[in-house]
Design a protein around this ligand. Structure first.
Ligand SMILES: Cc1cc2nc3c(=O)[nH]c(=O)nc-3n(C[C@H](O)[C@H](O)[C@H](O)COP(=O)(O)OP(=O)(O)OC[C@H]3O[C@@H](n4cnc5c(N)ncnc54)[C@H](O)[C@@H]3O)c2cc1C
Length: 511
């Protein structure tokens, strides 16, 4: 039998949260090893030539407002490790059937001018609403992208916005995008423009929690932009890994953790699929809650296991990458300059898609989050050629290869509606249905891109109601993935916060 290697901490999984956790531990002088199941680093932050040689596709995620705003990544010298953010001229555009589009610029005034042009008054209303939040952005960032409980951020919000403003913000958390749009806008374009951002999450625009989901992303667009890494999403992962290595951290690929070993209620180590044993007092799990439970097995106290099993995942997803012979020929000029295009048309059509998916029906006109990174980043494709990236949420009926292919045709038809001639530009495409997504990264449970649903209760209490939601009853075991507060998107906050708690608890235990 081989003897177990001993390290100060093991991180299970090398997604952005795993990397952030490992960096936090390594910066505190801990000897840390990341064990990653896949043959590649980065979890859902990876680039590959999926379609044709020379066309860089982002295999999963691609556009990173939360990373650009992340207080965790801001602490790291990622630019020195190869990361360059590319900001498109327009962060996001939402084309409508009339050939016009609402646009999100970084500049608030330009955004307001665009929305006013579409419906007089809608731009001014947006600027008047967003302005105070942007003035208080540091406090907002500390609240939304700090760990749980968001006490320090909340206190800063009170200072920045006053009691009245903070209570308005609290109301925003509880209200719907439908209500916010009704409060602010009279025209259809701005309404649809807000609803499109809501659908980055899975909360329908008529439900509590959707107002903050959509408007927060728009605010991030003004405060930090919606950039992508030059040369591909994988360059963000590359920068994080390179920085970790300079701190002495180690990463082992193709090392799936099969078991977390415990003794007397504490973490004792892990065992990988090939039988390698590691001894360690700290394990940060960049995994789904259910996977973490499985790794611990019967040693997990049943009361906690029962509560954690209530964690719910979001809808399934179909993702497509295209190699194109030219830029996507959007009718709306703003869409041609945008990094991200929300494809679905009117607010009602966008809402109909979520309703259909929730009812288990296949939407004839799916809503697409569409990225065209090569517009602002020519390194993504050969000269004159372009890339496109899109995903949409689907009901469980879209499962097998035939159903997925049929849905990709619906997705392509949707793009064609707003960009006639798109089909003719397609040189090649690469499709991932729900199962392929999960096969590529076990954290994408059932093809859920969010690491769990964002229904309001589970966004605030994530993964479950607790003062320190990253903690588990097993001493030394912490959940540090998108399934912990503040949740998905690439920002590293759950990983970093879980590691910070682990360090603090270890110190207390040692003294
Ligand atoms: C199609 C798609 C599009 C998205 N688009 C965006 C976007 O544009 N912008 C954005 O901000 N976010 C986006 N997201 C969400 C974002 O990618 C995730 O929220 C983020 O990657 C979560 O990071 P994580 O570290 O928690 O987990 P992940 O990135 O999922 O990484 C988890 C890692 O842990 C590994 N792992 C799990 N279990 C084990 C085990 N037992 N042993 C060893 N390794 C293990 C997995 O192999 C994986 O590498 C998208 C996600 C998807 C799928």
């Amino acid at each position: 039998m081989t003897t177990a290697q001993r390290v100060d901490a093991i991180v299970v999984g090398s997604g952005p949260n795993g990397l952030a956790a490992a960096i936090r531990l390594a910066r505190a002088g801990r000897e840390v090893v990341i064990l990653e199941a896949q043959p590649r680093l980065g979890g859902a932050v990876v680039s590959q030539e999926l379609t044709l040689p020379g066309f860089v596709a982002d295999t999963f995620s691609s556009v990173y407002p939360a990373a650009a705003a992340s207080p965790v990544f801001r602490r790291m010298p990622l630019e020195r490790h190869g990361l360059t953010w590319v900001h498109p001229a327009i962060a996001m555009a939402h084309p409508m059937p009339d050939g016009r589009a609402g646009a999100l610029y970084r500049d608030l005034e330009r955004t307001a001018a665009n929305l006013d042009d579409l419906q007089p008054g809608d731009g001014r209303a947006w600027a008047a609403w967003a302005g105070p939040y942007l003035d208080a952005f540091e406090a907002l960032r500390a609240t939304m992208l700090g760990g749980f409980p968001p006490v320090a951020g909340g206190a800063r919000l009170v200072t920045a916005l006053g009691i009245g403003g903070t209570l308005e913000f609290a109301r925003l958390l509880l209200t719907s995008a439908d209500q916010l749009a009704t409060d602010l806008f009279t025209g259809p374009h701005a309404r649809a423009w807000l609803f499109g951002s809501v659908l980055h999450g899975d909360v329908p625009a008529e439900e509590s929690g959707s107002a903050i989901a959509g408007s927060y992303l728009q605010l991030l667009g003004h405060a930090a932009g919606w950039p992508s890494p030059r040369g591909g999403a994988g360059n963000l992962t590359g920068a994080l890994a390179s920085y970790l290595r300079t701190l002495g951290g180690e990463i082992q690929l193709e090392s799936r953790v099969d078991r977390i070993v415990t003794a007397r209620g504490r973490v004792a180590g892990v065992i990988t699929a090939d039988g390698t044993r590691w001894r360690t007092p700290i394990v940060i799990a960049d995994t789904s809650p259910h996977a973490m439970l499985q790794l611990v097995g019967d040693a997990m106290p049943s009361e906690y296991a029962t509560r954690l099993r209530r964690f719910r995942y979001g809808p399934r997803t179909v993702k497509v990458d295209w190699a194109l012979d030219g830029p996507t020929p959007w009718t709306a000029p703003e869409a041609r300059l945008a990094g991200t295009v929300h494809v679905g048309g009117e607010a009602e059509a966008v809402t109909a898609q979520t309703t259909a998916v929730r009812r288990g029906e296949i939407p004839e006109r799916p809503f697409l989050l569409f990225g065209q990174q090569s517009v602002a980043d020519p390194t993504r494709a050969p000269t004159g050629k372009h890339t496109a990236w899109a995903y949409t949420r689907v009901p469980s009926a879209v499962a097998g290869p035939e159903a997925v292919t049929a849905h990709v045709e619906r997705m392509t038809d949707q793009v064609e509606r707003f960009a006639p001639g798109f089909r003719d530009l397609v040189l090649a495409r690469h499709v991932q249905g729900p199962q392929a997504l999960e096969d590529g990264n076990v954290n994408l449970v059932g093809g859920d891109v969010g690491g769990g649903t964002y229904r309001l209760d589970q966004t605030v209490f994530r993964p479950l109601p607790a003062l320190v939601p990253y903690a588990t009853p097993i001493r030394g075991l912490w959940l540090g993935s998108a399934s912990a507060f503040p949740g998905g998107a690439v920002h590293g906050v759950p990983g970093w916060t879980a590691a910070s708690y682990a360090l603090a608890r270890t110190r207390v235990t040692a003294s």
